[in-house]
Design a protein around this ligand. Structure first.
Ligand SMILES: Cc1ncc(COP(=O)(O)O)c(C=O)c1O
Length: 389
């Protein structure tokens, strides 16, 4: 019997991948499955980005790069942040990562040890809690509630800070809720955090370019008073439909750049070279396909929310960003997991139960609308039939 580390038992997972596997199984058996469970755009990476990676391979970029990422890419990220958020970020503070996840992995490893506390959004991306548990730190949920549009309350967050708090994780626009935190709450959080200079903040802004109804993205980078506390997570996965490329970036306080690069050297050495060149093409090339994709998500969002609201036992608030709707399904009389399973097994619709995203996700289901309007309409019809017997 092998004796693995006890900490391994505390490491969680992302249920969306399990749903995906079960949906693929059912498809193999000949079932017609509509996938509204998946957290990735149903678009292809724009052609000029693909070409840049092919060219990089042909040009001989086959070796290791600096662990922090090639300088032209970090300069392109810096220029992109200046354009999007009107902020100045030294490329020396930017680290190129194999996706968005490694930033949360490293940030939690840097701060989490037994005896410390880390706050995270609940419902939220499941890897936050999984990593906090793995590190041995105490996970402290920040409840995101339907009646507040799934935005956190700054007072809620600040009142939970204790001498053991090391890191606070926030995510807006959010997965799984699509909630977008209004500027006033962020202003108040920042004002409070400035009184706790020994507490770090990781702001996961991976959906920053997916906001609707004229909402503006409020990047935590725009608050100079917390720059020495802030870890910004962003990347290409969602914005440029590049989930499989594994490319992300983060901005770190100056004091954490050396340790994060050391973690990268220990873990992955560097992001593969051609992908980094693709990243430059994405940021510096035309942005029209990003706009087209976001417009398509918006159209589907406006279609799916009223449809969900017509299902018996469902109630869905308008999501402000990302590509998820998070209806309250407690009126169906089923638990989130039971409904998720029945929708998949009996109606062929893949979704993810809210409980996969935290204790406050009970009674909710995450629908990803990264699928065609036709498929969304077919899916809702089948769920309607399931619910009305
Ligand atoms: C909130 C959030 N952060 C980070 C990630 C991870 O992104 P990546 O695929 O780039 O690792 C996801 C992916 O679903 C996400 O929803």
């Amino acid at each position: 019997m092998l004796k693995t580390a006890e900490s391994l038992n505390r490491l969680g997972t992302e249920t969306a991948f399990e749903v995906l596997a079960r949906a693929a199984d059912l498809e193999k058996q000949g079932r017609d499955i509509i996938n509204l469970g998946i957290g990735q755009p149903d678009f292809k990476t724009p052609e000029h980005i693909v070409e840049a990676a092919i060219k990089a391979l042909r040009d001989g970029h086959h070796g290791y790069t600096p662990a922090q990422g090639i300088l032209p890419l970090r300069e392109a990220v810096s220029a992109d942040l200046a354009k999007r958020h009107d902020v100045e970020v030294d490329p020396g503070l930017i680290t190129i990562m194999p996706g968005g996840k490694p930033t949360m992995f490293f940030a939690v490893l840097m701060f989490g040890t037994p005896g410390t506390e880390i706050m995270y959004p609940d419902p939220g991306f499941p890897i936050y809690r999984s990593m906090i548990e793995y590190s041995g730190a105490k996970p402290v949920p920040i409840p995101l509630l339907e009646d507040k549009g799934f935005a956190f309350s700054a007072d809620d967050v600040l009142s939970q800070i204790t001498p053991a708090t090391r890191l606070i994780i926030i995510n807006s626009p959010g997965n799984p809720t699509g909630g977008a935190v209004p500027r006033e709450e962020i202003d108040r959080l920042v004002a409070g955090l400035a009184r706790h200079p020994d507490v770090a903040l990781m702001s996961d802004e991976i959906y920053s370019q997916m906001l609707y109804d004229g909402r503006e993205h409020v990047s935590l980078l725009t608050y100079p008073e917390i720059r020495d506390q802030l870890i910004l997570l962003d990347g290409w996965s969602k914005t440029y439909a590049m989930t499989g490329w594994r490319l992300g970036f983060s901005v770190w306080p100056k004091a954490l750049v050396e340790p994060v690069v050391r973690l990268a050297v220990n873990c992955h050495s560097c992001v593969n070279a051609p992908t980094q060149f693709a990243g430059i093409a994405a940021l510096e090339g035309p942005q029209d396909q990003v706009r087209t994709m976001v417009a398509a998500f918006d159209e589907r969002r406006r279609a799916i929310v009223p449809m969900l609201n017509q299902l018996p036992g469902f109630r869905c608030v308008e999501p402000g960003g990302a590509f998820y709707a998070f209806p309250n399904v407690s009126g169906t009389g089923m638990s989130a997991k039971e409904l998720q399973n029945r929708m998949l097994e009996e109606a062929g619709i893949a979704t993810v139960a809210g409980t996969s995203f935290g204790i406050h996700g009970e009674g909710y289901i995450r629908f990803s609308y990264a699928n065609s309007k036709e498929n969304i309409a077919r899916a809702i019809e089948r769920i309607g039939t399931l619910l009305t017997g």
